[in-house]
Design a protein around this ligand. Sequence first.
Ligand code: NDP
Length: 453
Amino acid sequence: MPQRKPTYDSTNVERFMTGLIRRAPHEPEFHQSVREVAEVIIPHIRKNDRITNAIVFERMTEPERVFMFRIIWEDDNGNVRLNRGYRVQFNNALGPYKGGLRFHPSVNISILKFLGFEQTFKNALTGLPLGAAKGGSDFNPRGKSDKEVLRFCKSFMLELFRHIGPNLDVPAGDIGVGEREIGYLFGQYKRITGEFASGVLTGKGLTFGGSLIRREATGYGAAYFAEEMLNAVNDGLKDKTCAVSGSGNVALYCAQKIIQLGGRVVTMSDSDGFIYDKEGIDEKKLARIIELKSARMRIREYVKHYKKASYHAGKRPWGAPAFAAFPCATQNEIDIEDAKRLLKNKCRLVVEGANMPTTIGAYKLLRDKVIFAPAKAANAGGVAISGLEMSQNSLRLSWSEDEMEERLRDIMISIHKQCVTHGKQGKKPVDYVVGANIAGFLRVSDAMLAHGV
Ligand code: NDP
């Protein structure tokens, strides 16, 4: 039988990318995330006929299903408003689709495909039975009243409910979707279906099936991962100066755990600018920031309370002298110029708390000069605790805070181990990007091969 010419060629990165871009044009973030993985995976699987003949990597780069829908809602002035909603179900080889919802004006299919693709590897690394998905809307919650957010969430769920379920697809939060939004979405799901299906969403409030430390998990996990990487070179976060970006869910709790581990956090930011506090943001100052953020205030308010700190409008924090950088805001927030600034200030560690916060150019500059933790390993703590929230919901019980934190730490240590196993080549230091991609890929591809074509 003549062999069919493959749509992609998974033995050569450039040919593979040409095929991918032909099938999914105008999706730069998606191309970027696939390229990062392809550069590691393709050389690794080139001679593995079982994987290449079953076109496993090609299949992994094509979402299994994409839903796109219209959302109509009414603002406080009675104007009818229109937004677009999405759910990208990427891969369910390991378990029900699982991944967050993002509400931000920049949301489009390219960003959600990049996030869903990344999620496939991240969820695999946790060792839990989780498939991968991502979704959201171009709705901007900033400046909207509580009632407007509620009306939007209700309309969003009116369409989403038919695509999700505890054994099918379990969304959670992401940028712009926190406990308030998850509560509204859960309430609407319950109204529509008449069922109290606690396992349909994670990141829920504690009174209706949420898990302890879910809110803290992503940030805590990133700090634990950093500590583990430093322990591997006989060092630790104690007394280290750390630049953190963002002041949302991930950034706040990453900063908190760094402080608890003895590190000194000197920056935090939002999309308007960053604050620099040379004396360090201690637990008390951080509690003030958490208070400001829960009142939906901007980070610049910090300098009104702490006069020695400075605020830098329209800038990112990567020029601040720091041993470690924790980008915890958004994608592509460290570019080549930022990377040069970090290196000039002798930064030795970069830990991606956000998803794909480093551009490819910046990453290539940093990779040999710093210890670099890719997002799919460093920020997997959030989805790991979400996975454990699903287990608690199935068992109809809840585990204690200490138990949850211990489980989180164990999972981060296990992810670190997998990265070392697959990322240590010869006498060179561990390449965490290689390790995380290969470990995640092998777990998913094993399941895909077992399921047949
Ligand atoms: P939040 O919405 O809670 O916070 C996001 C923070 O980043 C805010 O401070 C926001 O500022 C800032 N930000 C957003 N967009 C930009 C931008 N374009 N430029 C500069 N700053 C920006 O989101 P999360 O903390 O939940 O998520 C942050 C990152 O972590 C994302 O990449 C997300 O995908 C990733 N992540 C989140 C997980 C979670 O459990 N929440 C799990 C794994 C990954 P502003 O208020 O001005 O918009």
